[in-house]
Design a protein around this ligand. Structure first.
Ligand code: TXA
Ligand code: MG
Length: 332
């Protein structure tokens, strides 16, 4: 899908005026504001309902502008940027003094990336500055991968929605902290750990509790309304029957070897055939079960290779309970 020059110009004008623009990236849609305008950035937190301690990612149009946002980017950063930008990789670096504190949640580091989407790059080029943007959804809910998802979730609270079609990657960027001796993965995402290892020459480790290093990486994130239950593939049918016997409407997201169990669910969708395809569709599938009125979605985790790591991370967070039983009985 091509986005018109007019739409790009209008979006850039909204950013210059301190407004909010939802824009497509290859991963998910972002909710953007002028990163050097603290009042505009504050509005992102208001609209999302997101705690101000959770830092935002600054999107820039090309790697050559990195040193306007980061203080003395280390060689590791330049090497990873050269290979993966534009692309689904966010680098956490020492923050440049000019980055407003509201962007980084008060941290002395800043997350930066160059998105790989023609409309995002055209917008960044027309605007000229950096665009601070989280995913364009309300805090804690499923990230948007189409312009329609954005409008559904944020409605009139966003000043302009730039429609660039469905997102190609479908899950958020991989976040790599390059402020230490060795790079570390803070969040698995669109760049796989295999790709990182290949470029880095050795495995890039994932610390045991990245939550502390990357505020906002809460369990119970990326969650649909329906409760997500993860079990071994062999347990899916029994688990589904258990929920149905309690009167629940059950969705099944069925991994390849478990098709025979289809009759035990109310809404049954096969897991997409490849991991990249699954990543592309994950958030839309979770929304589908909500639209179909499912109370519960039963599935199992994909293998931990390639995009499987990011899928396991997002499914695990979707399955984490927020607010226990109050959520289940209160929100329907
Ligand atoms: O693919 C993506 O990364 C999308 C698109 C729009 O670019 N953005 C995105 O933003 O997922 P958000 O706000 O939903 O998640 C960004 C996460 C934060 O939750 C935080 O954990 C981490 O990035 N982050 C940002 N700046 C950081 C910093 N200085 N140090 C550690 N973590 C940081
Ligand atoms: Mg998000």
């Amino acid at each position: 899908m091509t986005t018109s020059d007019e739409a790009i110009e209008q979006a850039a004008r909204v950013l210059r005026g301190g407004g909010l623009v939802a824009f497509p990236t290859e991963t998910v849609y972002g909710l953007g504001a002028d990163a050097s305008n603290p009042a505009a950035v504050r509005r992102i937190f208001e609209v999302k309902g997101r705690p101000t301690s959770h830092p935002l990612i600054v999107h820039i149009g090309d790697a050559g502008r990195l040193d306007r946002w980061a203080e003395a980017p280390p060689p590791a950063a330049l090497r990873l940027a050269a290979r993966f930008w534009p692309g689904p990789l966010t680098l956490v670096l020492r923050r440049h003094r000019r980055v407003p504190a509201v962007v980084t949640g008060g941290l002395d580091t800043v997350g930066v990336r160059v998105p790989d989407h023609p409309a995002a790059l055209a917008l960044l080029s027309a605007f000229g500055g950096g665009v601070a943007a989280p995913s364009a959804n309300r805090f804690g809910s499923v990230s948007p991968t189409t312009a329609a998802h954005v409008r559904e979730g944020l409605g009139a609270d966003v000043d302009f929605v730039l429609d660039g079609g469905p997102c190609r990657v479908g899950v958020e960027s991989t976040i790599v902290d390059v402020t230490g001796q060795q790079p570390q993965i803070l969040r698995p995402g669109g760049v796989t750990s295999e790709e990182l290892a290949q470029v880095w020459g050795q495995a890039v480790p994932t610390p045991a509790s990245p939550t502390v290093r990357a505020p906002g990486q809460h369990a119970s994130h990326y969650a649909p309304r329906a409760r997500v239950v993860l079990v071994d593939p062999g347990q899916i049918a029994d688990e589904a029957r258990r929920w149905r016997s309690r009167g629940r409407r059950v969705g099944l997201l069925l991994p390849p070897q478990t098709r025979a169990d289809a009759d035990v669910g109310d809404v049954v969708v096969p897991v997409p055939p490849t991991l990249p395809e699954y990543a592309r569709q994950l958030y839309d599938l979770l929304r589908h079960f909500d639209r179909q009125g499912c109370d519960v979605v039963v599935t199992s985790l994909p293998p931990p290779d390639g995009m499987g790591l990011a899928l396991r991370d997002r499914l695990g967070r979707a399955a984490a309970q927020r607010g226990g039983s109050a959520r289940r009985s209160g929100q329907r």
